[in-house]
Design a binder for this molecule. Structure first.
Ligand SMILES: [Zn+2]
Length: 269
């Protein structure tokens, strides 16, 4: 049973990963992503249903367009696999520490899955052109509210805790805005982008006050780590560095590891 659901999660993860990757690419290229059909970026050949199966199509076609034989970027298959893994980890967390037959746990799982999708798109667009799109963040906000209302309806949460979440989001955004204004003054250059600050606010909403505090610490650590890794791999790369992926990854990790991380560092005191 658990394995059957796990397979479903992986398959859906591949499909959503493909969809989210296309969404990110179309946002960056300002294409219409509701009506526009998927096509080969080289020759414009429209992809048939058979060519749209995640991973499988890529392997069968040997990573080439069936029409013009140009190489398909490995980005597609990488995005599908990465999102499938992210989805599977969320599911394993649910199985290990929750109950898949408990409505409250299921709601949190699906809510976090949708948020993971938003974070994934944020990371992709920020990596590609240093842009975090408001639409993606608003989608994350609406997701939180919709699931919040469902939790209210089923008596899983109350208005007070929802209010605290909203407050945590607002305070996180305000604190990061203040911090970035001070850093801009001190460093005499732009530190955090507006998108980064809004992303912090969105994650503060999901994670609460304590989680938001850990988010700031973890994202700084990961951000520095990413910069260091890139320095090693590509010393000639430009100074500009997207911070969104570090925030997004930290938020994802804290979605299910917050209690461990808190317990771990509190054990030092
Ligand atoms: Zn082609």
């Amino acid at each position: 049973m658990y394995i059957y659901f796990g397979v479903c999660v992986v398959v859906l993860g591949l499909v959503f990963g493909s969809f989210l990757n296309c969404t990110a690419m179309r946002l960056v290229r300002k294409e219409d992503f509701v009506r526009g059909r998927s096509h080969c970026p080289k020759c414009g050949h429209e992809l048939s249903a058979l060519e749209l199966i995640p991973v499988v199509s890529y392997i069968i076609q040997g990573g080439k367009c069936r029409h013009c034989k140009s190489r398909i970027s490995p980005r597609y298959i990488a995005a599908e696999l990465v999102f499938a893994v992210l989805s599977l980890l969320l599911y394993i967390n649910l199985v290990l520490f929750g109950n898949i037959f408990e409505l409250s746990d299921l709601l949190v799982f699906f809510r976090n899955w949708v948020l993971t999708g938003c974070l994934f798109v944020v990371a992709l667009t920020d990596l590609e052109n240093f842009e975090i799109y408001d639409g993606v963040l608003i989608f994350g906000l609406i997701t939180f509210l919709v699931f919040g209302i469902l939790q209210l309806v089923f008596g899983i949460t109350d208005l007070v805790s929802l209010g605290w979440s909203l407050l945590a989001g607002l305070v996180t955004g305000a604190v990061m805005l203040g911090a970035s204004l001070i850093m801009d003054r001190l460093l005499k250059k732009n530190s955090l982008g507006g998108g980064d600050i809004k992303l912090y606010a969105l994650l503060g909403l999901y994670l609460g006050f304590y989680g938001a505090y850990e988010l700031v610490l973890l994202s700084c650590i990961l951000g520095l780590l990413f910069v260091a890794i890139r320095k090693l791999v590509k010393p000639e790369a430009s100074k500009e560095f997207p911070f969104g992926p570090a925030i997004a990854l930290s938020g994802y990790i804290l979605l299910f590891a917050e209690e461990f991380i808190t317990g771990w560092y509190l054990s030092f005191f």
